[in-house]
Write a protein that binds this ligand. Structure first.
Ligand code: NAG
Ligand code: NAG
Ligand code: NAG
Ligand code: NAG
Ligand code: NAG
Ligand code: NAG
Ligand code: NAG
Ligand code: NAG
Ligand code: ZN
Length: 443
């Protein structure tokens, strides 16, 4: 399935010091240098001065937190409360494990063995494998890497919609994305990496204060199915905690597994312990590889794919396109495509607002509305969205093409085999190859 080109790209991705993976490794070491980090927190040139009119746009209501006085995002106190970056945290509150134990005792977490991912070999690299007797395509394992998804997962958008999301932020490319979105009165969902959030607090705030939705993309970006239950809890828990304590107490509604790697066990832990819904995608730009050397794709190749998806008159299913805010080029690929989304009359809506029925968070409707205090993040499954903020932009958008709101489950049912627990993402040969490439090399 993997082309020779892909395999050589893999070799480069693994060996080249300029590859994203290697760059992340370097970052991880630099990130222990607090001076380095502090220097990066000095106000950057992307700021508007305080009296700039754009501040009126970004101004947040005063009653938009859960009432707790959290440390200032970006402060030393804030930073020091969290685990080491770019490693699966080994310490976590006993409450999280107690919550995990409770869900296991209740029979809610399928006993799927951890997978192995060989990222060092040419043969099936980056694809999780399970002990014999555990078929990744079976309903009991249902690995998303093998195109298996279940009702409740999100991979399609409602017909006629582009559900906007960006992975791997915040980075120094994020402010360019935030200002483009704000200039277009557009919000989007950011699947953020906890470790990046610690490093780029101002870039995070630019997105959050502009009204964008924040979602979880794990602490250190591992293949989640290779982790033990406790490690899965740590990767999700610390990211949710950091988002919660940096957004006035909001709990993300969605997570996206790095490389799309999830199975029945990791999905269930996300859902049952933290109330998180798993989101994958139905089209992949490979934009993360634009800045590889040699590049894995090009702006013109992405333009071609985007044009095909966006000018398809059926608009069925709606699009969840995997895009990244990793580089200015990947942001540029989106900027190029955005006018085509609009001119082809797609509803362009933040993924979290659209797929969360208007609520990007479990305990708040938006990044600037009222928050229902939950105290401990393991109370997420019981969180409620304050009713006073239930009037949602997504709800009105959803009516705009004359269709009733198409929820994730109704979207799913169009491709669900009614008799089966699992559904298969539509996988044309090309789509499958892109998906595997994305999973092998993608961020
Ligand atoms: C997050 O905020 C809660 C209060 O909601 C506080 O108890 C907790 O210590 C904070 N956690 C971190 C890691 O700062
Ligand atoms: C969770 O379960 C494990 C294994 O059964 C046990 O060792 C641990 O003490 C439990 N932890 C909590 C906090 O309940
Ligand atoms: C911005 O978008 C919101 C929600 O989609 C809409 O209600 C509002 O009218 C728009 N504002 C402008 C200036 O276009
Ligand atoms: C339009 O999208 C549908 C659904 O994904 C697909 O079956 C069809 O082949 C596409 N048409 C073109 C011209 O790409
Ligand atoms: C993106 O562009 C900005 C402004 O030119 C620059 O400061 C930043 O380093 C770039 N980010 C990346 C990830 O290339
Ligand atoms: C593709 O590039 C052409 C030429 O620059 C441009 O007109 C068009 O809007 C682009 N389309 C997309 C989807 O990026
Ligand atoms: C949105 O609402 C539908 C229909 O009530 C429901 O099935 C679905 O689970 C909701 N989505 C989320 C993310 O809560
Ligand atoms: C949620 O509420 C239910 C019933 O009210 C309770 O049994 C459960 O323990 C609560 N879960 C959490 C995580 O607080
Ligand atoms: Zn990622």
């Amino acid at each position: 399935m993997l082309s020779a080109l892909s395999l050589s790209a893999l070799a480069l991705a693994l060996l080249s010091p300029s590859s994203p993976a290697a760059a992340r490794g370097l970052d991880a070491r630099q990130d222990h240098d607090h001076e380095h980090r502090a220097a990066r927190q000095l106000p950057g040139s992307w700021y508007h001065p305080d009296d700039h009119p754009v501040h009126a746009l970004f101004k947040r209501a005063s009653a938009d937190t859960d009432g707790v006085a959290y440390p200032t995002v970006g402060s030393t106190e804030w930073y020091n409360a969290y685990p080491t970056e770019w490693a699966t945290p080994t310490k976590y509150p006993a409450e999280w494990i107690a919550a995990l134990n409770k869900t296991i005792a209740a029979g809610l977490i399928p006993n799927v063995p951890v997978s192995k991912v060989n990222t060092g070999g040419a043969d099936g690299s980056g694809v999780p494998t399970y002990p014999s007797g555990y078929d990744p395509n079976s309903p009991s394992v249902c690995s998303a890497t093998y195109q298996c998804v279940i009702p409740g997962d999100i991979w399609n958008a409602p017909d006629g919609y582009v559900a906007l999301s960006f992975d791997d932020g915040p980075t120094t490319a994020s402010p360019g994305l935030s200002s483009f979105l704000a200039a277009n009165n557009q919000t989007a969902t950011h699947f953020m990496i906890g470790s990046n959030l610690l490093d780029y607090p101002n870039e995070f705030l630019a997105a959050f204060n502009a009204g964008d939705d924040i979602a979880c993309h794990t602490w250190s970006h591992p293949y989640m199915t290779t982790l033990t239950n406790e490690q899965v809890v740590a990767e999700l828990g610390w990211t949710v905690q950091l988002i919660h304590n940096s957004t006035g107490g909001r709990l993300p509604r969605f997570w996206r597994p790095p490389y799309g790697d999830s199975d029945m066990r990791t999905r269930a832990i996300a859902k049952e312990v933290f109330g998180l819904t798993t989101v994958v995608w139905n089209q992949d730009t490979n934009d993360w590889s634009l800045t590889d050397s040699p590049p894995g794709t090009s702006l013109s190749a992405i333009n071609k794919s985007m044009t095909a998806w966006l000018t398809n008159a059926t608009k069925t299913p709606g699009l969840i396109i995997l895009e990244h805010e990793l580089s200015n080029d990947s942001v540029q690929a989106f900027k190029n495509a955005y006018p085509i989304m609009k001119s082809n009359k797609w509803g362009v809506v933040s993924l979290a607002a659209l797929m969360g029925n208007g609520s990007a968070y479990l305990n708040a409707a938006t990044s600037s509305s009222e928050v229902d205090a939950v105290g401990d993040i393991v109370n997420a499954p019981n969180a409620t969205v304050p009713s006073s903020s239930s009037a949602s932009p997504a709800a009105s958008n959803t009516a705009q093409n004359g269709r009733a709101s198409s929820s994730p489950s109704t979207t799913a049912s169009s491709t669900t085999n009614a008799a089966a627990d699992l559904v298969r993402r539509p996988s044309a040969g090309l789509a499958l190859m892109l998906c595997l490439c994305g999973l092998v090399f993608g961020l």
